[in-house]
Design a protein around this ligand. Structure first.
Ligand SMILES: [Zn+2]
Ligand SMILES: [Zn+2]
Length: 167
């Protein structure tokens, strides 16, 4: 892997998110390697979900040759640090996303497409919600159903042939 002055700059930056990661590595006695910061840096620029494969592809495109196991270990680390979360949707590869604003996932059980929506009413409800003998950090909501594309397809499939010809 090449050494990139931008990564050094990034690693020494004073942004709260970088400091959180650096502090976490320090607390665990782990080395602050350029690889870890390059992976972390790339993840910060992704909005939404990504798979390990997609992340590796993005790093490749940036010119960083990082092994799959280094990516995997850094992701595990970020999950322990509560900076990243994993989703395993049925029948799909694990997807990751940064823990930022809470949002709701709408999952189509036909095509597997996942849509994210922000629901301020639900967020307000969850913020006010107190649990007995449990201190909530963050939450994640999955709503399963059928997306409009799949609903249209299945409606078309059900329509008799005669109707189709008339259109
Ligand atoms: Zn669908
Ligand atoms: Zn999400």
């Amino acid at each position: 892997m090449r050494t990139d002055p931008n990564i050094e700059e990034f690693a020494s930056s004073n942004s709260p998110i970088v400091r959180k990661f650096s502090d976490y590595l320090d607390a665990r006695g782990m080395r602050k390697t350029a690889e870890r910061y390059a992976i972390f840096n790339r993840i910060q620029s992704i909005n939404g979900h990504f798979t390990i494969e997609e992340l590796q592809h993005m790093l490749d495109e940036d010119g960083f040759r990082v092994s799959r196991s280094t990516i995997y270990n850094t992701i595990e680390l970020l999950m322990e640090a509560k900076m990243l979360r994993r989703h395993v949707f049925e029948g799909m590869q694990a997807q990751y996303e940064r823990i930022s604003l809470p949002h709701t996932h709408l999952i189509c059980t036909t095509c597997g497409k996942v849509k994210e929506v922000r629901d301020t009413n639900f967020a307000a409800f969850m913020n006010a919600r107190r649990f007995n003998a449990f201190n909530a950090d963050h939450y994640c909501l999955y709503v399963y159903g059928t997306c409009s594309t799949c609903a249209r397809k299945s409606k078309r499939a059900r329509e008799p042939q005669g109707n189709k010809r008339r259109q």
